[in-house]
Design a protein around this ligand. Structure first.
Ligand SMILES: C[C@H](C(=O)O)C(=O)SCCNC(=O)CCNC(=O)[C@H](O)C(C)(C)COP(=O)(O)OP(=O)(O)OC[C@H]1O[C@@H](n2cnc3c(N)ncnc32)[C@H](O)[C@@H]1OP(=O)(O)O
Length: 566
């Protein structure tokens, strides 16, 4: 953006400034630390100037918003046209309680729904499975059969609202149930909007929730991608997630690199099946974490869009602009919240949410200040949602597109993030046969991701313990006695109510129809065909989550990971 003469002049004036202005001040007062770094330990310079972005080409590297390589955002007007979707993750107890929370959130001005499932549902277990005992409805809503989904969406028109489902090993079953609800409500499948998390690769990398081994898990994800392209073109079948990778302790650059690698692995797997990239790629979506270092986060989001556009175009030949635009959801960093002085979390969440908005997110969840202690109470959720509303309507952050563009620091960090993330992606390719897909699968098997994240996480914790990294209220500005907010308690009778409903469904359903649907699924799995149509039929017969997932487990067995301790 600057010619050589300009840069030489700037360099000269910089050197003069250092000698005449800066050095005397450093000699007299010094600086607070020898080294300044982001929360991911990425060193930041004292000052950025045009020489740090000497190679930046406005047209090629930034482009205008809504244009390749989409660094400045996927839409030309961004939040001036429409603010991001305010999508608070919600779910607890039985479907009735979560349905009530959904209505509360919509009444408070939320613009999209996001479902949290309980641990048994996440793991594809029924509430009456012995392994589910004590966990039913605790961390999210319990969903055993289509009956639970009917109650969850009672009074909610699935043709009008977009819903996100955070579920992974058993995502295909929930997808089948959502399609069945659309059919019941008379909503055409092509109008169904929402997002399944359904990102099994990051499960093996970070969150560690799985039922069957990586390769057959990937096959099911690709089945959903194929089915979504044909049946529900507005629904996002996968939300490729960096959130959990970061929560497991990765740096921002690892989060970006591993997530994009997972995304490219899904693209390659679908293309290996013979699908045209532009047929399915517009339906892929992403999900990132937003932590406290604002500029590092903004750089990550901008670099994500740029890398994705370039790789989709240059490696996979994508041409449809919707295949090139990376769209993402953001959640503020749960790991950064403290149980000590919990009201301080409101401030952390505000900073992190602002970073997501300045980075151009499409959808945002702001954590509630009490989440280090319990599932959020209604009051805490309200403050979290209001935080988004204040950013959207009072701060001015939504009034101009990509407002930090041109900041020497942010552009320089964006370039550095892109370079380092690409170096990781190249390294991942080398772990396998040269494709990203094989590299990711090999990396999972070898414990590569686990080791990388573990190292970063250990390093962070050591910095906290050495007080190099300040956590207000934890290792600095501590108080002897904390105030505890009023917390949400999940009623202990939830499990009994859920078990009674499951028993009732089992009693009322047509057992022959269930058996026939499960037999059909078994045959489809045996043949290696797309499993989605058979899953939709099985859920419509009120087969349970556990019965359906049991078919896959019987065929592929379970999985144990290789863990290497650094
Ligand atoms: C930690 C926790 C756990 O594990 O426990 C979790 O994981 S919680 C994980 C929770 N996960 C989530 O909540 C994931 C949420 N993800 C999503 O909602 C999606 O995947 C998303 C990121 C693509 C966002 O989708 P969205 O529908 O909210 O937003 P979009 O950006 O697609 O906008 C909706 C519609 O408005 C249009 N639109 C938006 N803005 C503009 C604009 N400025 N100009 C023109 N059109 C615009 C879009 O084209 C689109 O239309 P059209 O529809 O016609 O194209």
């Amino acid at each position: 953006m600057y010619d050589e003469d300009d840069l030489a002049e700037i360099q000269e004036s910089r050197e003069e400034w250092e000698e005449e202005t800066l050095d005397p001040v450093l000699d007299r007062f010094g600086e607070r630390k020898d080294r300044f770094a982001t929360v991911s330990n990425l060193e930041v310079d004292r000052l950025y100037d045009p020489t740090d972005v000497a190679d930046l080409d406005y047209g090629e590297d930034l482009g205008n918003p809504g244009e390749y390589p989409y660094t400045r955002g996927p839409y030309p007007t961004m939040y001036r046209g429409r603010t991001w979707t305010m999508r608070q993750f919600a779910g607890f107890g039985t479907a009735e309680e979560t349905n009530e929370r959904f209505h509360f959130l919509v009444d408070e001005g939320q613009t999209g729904l996001s479902t949290a499932f309980d641990m048994p549902s996440l793991m594809g277990l029924d509430s009456d499975d012995p392994m589910a005992d004590g966990e039913v409805g605790k961390e999210g809503v319990a969903v055993d059969t289509l009956r639970d989904m009917e109650i969850l969406f009672d009074g909610i028109d699935v043709g009008e609202v977009s819903t996100s489902f955070t579920i992974n090993p058993s995502a295909a079953v929930v997808y089948g149930m959502y399609v069945a609800i659309a059919d019941q409500q008379g909503v055409p499948r092509e109008e169904l909007r929402g997002t399944l998390q359904n990102d099994m690769l990051k499960e093996f990398i970070a969150q560690k929730e799985w039922v069957i081994p990586p390769e057959p898990s990937l096959d099911i994800v690709t089945d959903t991608i194929e089915y979504a392209a044909a049946e529900t073109p507005k629904l996002k079948p996968v939300s490729v997630s960096g959130y959990h990778i970061r929560e497991a302790g990765s740096t921002a650059i690892q989060e970006l690199a591993f997530t994009l690698a997972d995304g490219f692995a899904y693209v390659e797997d679908a293309m290996d099946r013979g699908l045209d990239v532009d047929e399915f790629a517009p339906q892929l979506s992403f999900f990132f974490n937003s932590h406290n270092s604002i500029f590092e986060e903004v750089a990550k989001f901008r670099a994500a869009r740029r890398i994705y556009a370039r790789v989709m175009n240059e490696w996979y030949g994508a041409e449809d602009e919707r295949s090139l635009q990376l769209k993402f959801h953001t959640q503020t960093a749960g790991q950064s919240l403290t149980a000590q002085q919990p009201m301080n979390n409101v401030v952390r969440v505000t900073i992190q949410a602002l970073a997501g908005v300045l980075g151009g997110t499409q959808s945002l969840h702001t954590n509630s200040f009490d989440e280090a202690l319990a599932l959020p109470s209604e009051d805490a959720v309200r403050v979290a949602l209001r935080t988004q509303q204040i950013i959207a309507e009072e701060s001015g952050a939504a009034d101009s597109v990509d407002p930090l563009a041109g900041s020497f620091m942010v552009e320089s960090l964006t370039e550095e993030t892109e370079e380092k993330a690409m170096a990781y992606i190249e390294e991942i390719k080398e772990l396998g046969d040269g494709s990203v897909r094989d590299g990711v699968l090999a990396g999972i098997e070898e414990g590569y991701f686990h080791r990388e994240i573990q190292e970063a996480s250990y390093e962070y914790q050591s910095r906290v313990e050495d007080e190099e990294e300040v956590v207000v209220g934890v290792n600095k500005y501590t108080m002897d006695q904390d105030t505890r907010p009023e917390l949400l308690h999940v009623d202990e009778e939830t499990q009994d109510r859920q078990l009674a409903r499951l028993a009732e469904v089992k009693e009322e359903r047509d057992d022959d129809a269930v058996e026939a649907a499960l037999d059909e699924l078994r045959e489809v799995v045996e043949r290696g065909d797309n499993v989605m149509p058979a899953i939709v039929d099985a859920v419509k017969a009120y087969a349970t989550m556990g019965e359906i997932m049991g078919v896959f487990e019987a065929k592929h067995g379970g999985y144990r990971e290789t863990v290497g301790v650094v």
